[in-house]
Design a binder for this molecule. Sequence first.
Ligand code: ADP
Ligand code: MG
Length: 257
Amino acid sequence: MARVIAVANQKGGSGKTTTTRSLAAALAERGRQVLMIDLDPQASLSEGCGLELHALATTTYHVLIGSARLPDILVPVEDRVMLAPANIHLSAAELQLVNMNRREDKLRNALKPLRDHYDYVLIDCPPSFGLLTVNALSAADSVLIPMTCDYYTLLGVGLLLQTVREIQQEVNPSLQVEGILATRFDSRTLHSREILQRARSELGGQFRIFETVVRESVRFKESPIVGQSILTYARTSDGARAYRSLAEEIENHASSS
Ligand SMILES: Nc1ncnc2c1ncn2[C@@H]1O[C@H](COP(=O)(O)OP(=O)(O)O)[C@@H](O)[C@H]1O
Ligand SMILES: [Mg+2]
């Protein structure tokens, strides 16, 4: 049975897409079967996997509005990694869903027939709190929160954790917080170190802050241009090592809980 992890943070540029792509590759390297779901109309996950976005006939948009089944839209990305792609049409789903019954359950229901086929499902969320994110959090077992180490992002994480509590109360009581991941960390700046320290002291008692810290590296910007994850693009880089270590933390946690 797959563990479904929503990668969410309402702030753009916090490393959601990079984390989804790199963690999927790292889990696949460990022999796991992984499905990535692109739930962001900007579709940078799909684009970064080398897909021609305008040429996609069916996407997560069609799945959410009920005109396609999830298994029928999947494309292979690399060994053991599949992708449910998106493109800009997904932005219409948010409006169309508003008038539908059980609008927050669309993704959860769509995933049901696939849960036995994967070890992990990673959902790349858009940078907002709308119905797309609600669908992701409703379908997920847990939420992984990537966070750049700056003050306003830390404040935003507090807000997101509040939203997670609301989702737990109203739609998905079993939703857990997988953990908070420091990304784009710049060890040269005191600010980065202070914010990480604050995250650990203010949130660490209640939530897991991953030991793994992903540092700023230009490799992360280069790899999507050639349609690869950092794990194959720069196999031995610090960034690739970080996501391998994150995968290990997640798997160790899963086996101990
Ligand atoms: N550790 C990192 N070091 C350097 N650049 C990064 C890192 N993680 C992500 N990026 C870059 O930062 C930008 C935003 O990251 P992205 O994963 O797309 O965030 P989000 O999906 O939250 O908007 C992208 O250009 C991405 O390549
Ligand atoms: Mg993104």
